[in-house]
Design a binder for this molecule. Structure first.
Ligand SMILES: [Fe+2]
Length: 178
């Protein structure tokens, strides 16, 4: 009993500072985890953006037909916009102190955009770019929701801007199919 009382007195006196230190460490961990989780969503958005950029660039080179000039220029506008966006998303990942995917292999591991293996005709290109702008927009929307839920306003703001950019690309591509 005496030993128990001594132990209780010891714990009450010594334990609180230890717990405070532990609490401080615990308080930092969720933020670090949150950054890593937001960065994971951003990496998916980056990889989709990057591979879609390469696909759009390839179609800019290879498009043929009566609408050649119009599509050649539209695809150029879109791959340039995607290239700038990829840079912004990657730099946001770095801003969260996480490494950004930095190779084609890493991009292909993170993306859901299928690489071009054969060149479709002009209408096929438009349909494929429409499809992958929509799927990329969907993943960005999910990333945006997650950033909002965890209170990462910087990432959320960037991703909202990306939603607007994909809405514009989708509108332009869809208009060419109607
Ligand atoms: Fe060009």
């Amino acid at each position: 009993m005496r030993l128990f009382l001594f132990y209780t007195a010891y714990v009450n006196r010594v334990a609180p500072p230890q717990n405070k230190k532990k609490d401080r460490i615990m308080a930092k961990s969720p933020a670090k985890n949150t950054n890593a989780q937001v960065a994971k969503h951003l990496s998916w958005a980056l990889a989709d953006t990057y591979v879609l950029m390469i696909k759009t660039h390839g179609y800019h080179w290879n498009v043929t037909g009566p609408e050649f000039r119009e599509l050649h220029l539209l695809f150029e506008e879109q791959y340039n916009e995607l290239f700038t966006a990829a840079d912004e998303i990657a730099e946001r990942i770095r801003g969260l102190n996480v490494e950004a995917p930095a190779s084609m292999d890493a991009m292909l591991q993170h993306t859901q955009v299928k690489e071009t293996t054969s060149i479709p005709n002009a209408q096929g290109m438009i349909k494929e770019l429409l499809k992958y702008n929509e799927s990329t927009r969907q993943r960005i929307s999910e990333a945006c929701d997650f950033a909002g839920e965890v209170g990462d306003k910087g990432s959320e703001d960037l991703l909202i801007a990306r939603l607007r950019a994909h809405d514009k690309a989708i509108w332009m591509l869809r208009s060419l199919t109607e």
